[in-house]
Ligand binder design. Structure first.
Ligand code: DER
Length: 232
């Protein structure tokens, strides 16, 4: 499968290039699975001395299932590197994240890391946001506030906000690891993403948004021809 192979290539290259002994932030999603796989290999083969801090219940499971040492931000508030996926990245390495609903703890981890490294397959590399990722910007909101927040977003920024529903696995809306809801804001056109990020986070009821502006130090994109494109 070219997409899975592209994810693996990007993940392995990022772990090989950036992971040294120390505290490592582990993101969420399907690409980061390969990063944890590679990390576990290197711990086994090279005796790498790492403690892994998760960004979600899923990341925590990955760390535990791969026999890696588990840490948290309370014990380790400063990370050497954080590695995470993205739903889309533009040419300035502005990211949309949160497709997996873990954006809040992911952004916290990214903010605590000396280096925030993004790993993704070729489908995520765009010229501008919205080109390939059509599900909008995920926004974590306090459950009781989702309707007024949706209305305020549309008034301030246009587009449409939709409450993310669980679908088959559970009746009702998606509930995040932090016990909140997610609005997916389907934006239109180009925006000043730094301005949008601030506008969104100033709305009472918004916990965090999935725009990561100026945070990623480098991105590794696995390509369909087996190469890895690096962007920083
Ligand atoms: O939800 C998230 O933020 C994930 O990191 C997402 O952006 C990437 O998930 P994927 O690696 O499964 O595409």
């Amino acid at each position: 499968d070219p997409v899975e192979n592209a994810k693996r290539l990007a993940a392995y290259k990022a772990v090989d290039n950036h992971v040294v002994d120390g505290i490592i932030g582990i993101g969420s999603g399907s690409t980061v699975v390969y990063a944890v796989e590679r990390l576990a290999q290197r711990v086994k083969d090279e005796g790498l001395d790492v403690i892994c801090v998760p960004s979600s219940f899923q990341a925590k499971q990955l760390i535990v299932e791969n026999g890696l040492r588990l840490g948290d931000l309370e014990m380790h508030p400063e990370l050497k590197v954080a590695i995470d996926g993205a739903d889309e990245a533009d040419h300035q390495l502005t990211l949309i994240k949160g497709g997996g609903g873990c954006l809040t703890q992911e952004k916290i981890l990214a903010s605590c890391a000396e280096q925030f490294i993004v790993i993704a397959d070729y489908r995520k590399a765009s010229k501008s946001l919205g080109e390939q990722w059509k599900k909008g910007v995920p926004i974590e909101v306090i459950p009781s506030s989702y309707r007024p927040v949706a209305q305020k977003i549309e008034k301030l920024l246009g587009g449409k906000s939709e409450l993310r529903m669980s679908g088959s696995s559970k009746a009702g809306p998606v509930v995040t690891d932090n016990g909140n809801f997610i609005l997916d804001w389907r934006f239109e056109g180009a925006h000043d993403w730094k301005e949008v990020e601030t506008t969104l986070n100033m709305i009472p009821g918004v916990v965090e948004n999935g725009l990561f502006v100026g945070m990623a130090k480098k991105a590794y994109f696995g390509m369909s021809d087996g190469s890895v494109m690096e962007q920083s």
